[in-house]
Design a binder for this molecule. Structure first.
Ligand SMILES: O=C(O)CCC(=O)C(=O)O
Ligand SMILES: [Mn+2]
Length: 376
């Protein structure tokens, strides 16, 4: 039974989400759009890019192919939605994968583990996971490494999962390399002057999902939301402005980039399922990086050390990484004044803080791990 036969109406999005999330029997994927195969249906149209916005050498600095070679698509009925099928140079994805696993989870960035662990325990997530992820499996059930327990990291203006807001007083610099990548993608898509101000990284295991939501916490919706995916593939559902609008299902493979702008910027979306990428594809991409190493090519940030390569390869064999980059404010805009919270005693303040954090973590976990309760 294909998704097109799923009951529509008020619960269309929810029903299609459940359809693709189902484990047994596995769903029929025949209705899933696969942009890597090109213009396979009349709903898919070529997207017009600004070929002069990014020079070939600028693109290469971010690990991207020349813009003229990108395979970029739009989807009828989704104004402002642009899908770029893996525009990365062969061998540059491992650099971004390592950034997501080794660099971006470092302090002062914030991650889900901070919610229930002390700062000293989350100081070196990578260092504490290297041994577990690089030694051969003993065959016994082993405790998960911190990297395997990582679910989200926030960058720049740190998203507050409790209040669903960003604020001026919780901000750290967004990594310059990710800013560069985002500026180039957005410029090529017709958005010069994009400022990457906030990032949310999602770490998906094979059984993770992300519930139906819309990203509207940014104060500015005139700038695009960018999404980068690495590792295992996913089914992505893109709906409309109303929660009940029937979504279109599409694959997101490693290296794929999505731009949600215009009307699509505020469309409901979700990730009901992670699907295995062809083994050869992941291996080929990781090997590409070794070739870059041996030929000393100037891919972003240079080559990976042997240890980094082993850990990233092992991790990515069963996981998916997604990075969304957002512009929160337009120039001249500032956060609204928030009334100062009522004064509390020390004891109630400490308790309240712990509660909020624990609650935030629960909400976030629900958001990542289950259908019924994973809504933002
Ligand atoms: O993982 C994805 O592809 C989507 C992520 C997303 O929608 C989000 O973080 O807001
Ligand atoms: Mn989203």
């Amino acid at each position: 039974m294909a998704a097109s036969t799923v009951v529509r109406g008020e619960d269309a999005f929810k029903n299609i989400f459940k359809f693709y999330k189902r484990k047994k029997p596995p769903p029929d994927f025949s209705d899933v759009t696969d942009f890597s195969k090109g213009l396979t249906s009349d709903k898919i149209v070529p997207a017009v890019l600004d070929l002069s916005a990014v020079s070939d050498s600028e693109a290469a600095r971010a690990g991207l192919q020349p813009v003229k070679t990108w395979r970029a698509f739009g989807l009828q009925g989704y104004p402002g939605f642009i899908f770029i099928s893996n525009p990365f140079l062969r061998g540059s994805q491992p650099f971004w994968i390592r950034q997501c696993l080794k660099t971006y989870p470092q302090k002062p960035n914030v991650c889900n583990l901070d919610m229930h662990m002390s700062p000293s325990d989350t100081q070196d997530i990578w260092g504490q996971s290297v041994h577990g992820l690089s030694s051969p499996s003993s065959g016994k059930r082993e405790p998960k490494t911190l990297l395997e327990r990582l679910r989200w990291v926030t960058l720049g203006y740190h998203y507050n999962w409790d209040t669903k807001t960003y604020s001026a007083n919780h901000h750290t610099p967004l990594p310059a390399d990710l800013h560069l990548l985002s500026v180039q993608i957005s410029a090529a898509c017709g958005f010069p002057g994009f400022s990457a101000q906030a990032g949310i990284l999602n770490y998906y295991r094979h059984d993770s999902s992300l519930g139906i939501h819309v990203d509207e916490s940014e104060l500015d919706h005139s700038r695009p939301l960018l999404s980068f995916s690495f590792g295992q593939s996913a089914i992505f559902l893109l709906g409309g402005v109303r929660r009940e609008d029937t979504p279109t299902a599409m694959y997101m493979h490693s290296g794929d980039v999505m731009v949600m702008s215009g009307q699509s910027r505020l469309f409901y979306h979700a990730v009901p399922r992670i699907v295995s990428a062809p083994q050869e594809q992941t291996a080929l991409e990781m090997e590409g990086c070794r070739m870059a190493f041996s030929s000393q090519d100037s891919t972003v940030g240079g080559a990976l050390s042997e240890e980094d390569w082993v850990v990233c390869t092992r991790y990515i064999q069963s996981s998916r990484l997604n990075v969304t980059v957002r512009q929160v404010l337009v120039p001249g805009q500032s956060f609204p004044e928030t009334p100062s919270p009522p004064q509390k005693t020390d004891a109630s303040q400490a308790g309240g803080h712990q509660d909020r954090q624990a609650d935030g973590e629960r909400r976030r976990r629900r958001r990542c791990d289950s259908v019924e309760t994973s809504e933002r």
